[in-house]
Design a protein around this ligand. Structure first.
Ligand SMILES: [Zn+2]
Length: 82
């Protein structure tokens, strides 16, 4: 998704902000902080630019390959307890 100036939901002004990614995979729960996003100043809708989607995708891949040293401060992996 390209950077947005106007909210697709309500037409409000979008501002650059940060969001978190949280998802559950078979291998565990993954949390990534400080993700670049466009956030609506009116309704709070969050949209991720293409770079952020790519960053999440690559980071998740790195986590599963145990190569997370580079962004350890903002990336967490919570193992699933059976
Ligand atoms: Zn909005």
């Amino acid at each position: 998704m390209p950077r947005l100036k106007k909210c697709p939901d309500c037409g409000g002004k979008m501002e650059k902000g940060e969001t978190e990614f949280l998802a559950e995979f078979e291998q565990g729960l993954i949390a990534i902080e400080n993700i670049d996003a466009d956030i609506c100043t009116i309704c709070g809708a969050e949209y991720l630019p293409a770079e952020s989607d790519k960053y999440i995708e690559e980071t998740v891949e790195d986590i599963f390959k145990n190569k997370i040293t580079a962004h350890q401060e903002t990336v967490y992996r919570v193992p699933v307890h059976a």
